[in-house]
Write a protein that binds this ligand. Sequence first.
Ligand SMILES: [Zn+2]
Length: 91
Amino acid sequence: MHCKRCGKAIGTDRGICPFCGAMLTSDQIKIYEQDKKESMKKVELITEKYGNEHVVFESSSSNENKLIGVLIVLGVLVLLAVIALIIVLNQ
Ligand SMILES: [Zn+2]
């Protein structure tokens, strides 16, 4: 689902947007729950078609992949900040 206020994709059902802190309306949460059901249906269909191997891949959802991507970007930024700090301190 997407936040009504900032428009970012939210992979959470905590009822609050992690990006801008906007409270999610019950309508939005309903839509999110609906999306979750839809994607579960999709996984079931894939299971029928291809078997369990693909379900493992499919259930490691894009939300987790996005989170890992964000963590990698943050790690690189911290590393760059540390390198910059070392360079500044050595001058
Ligand atoms: Zn937001």
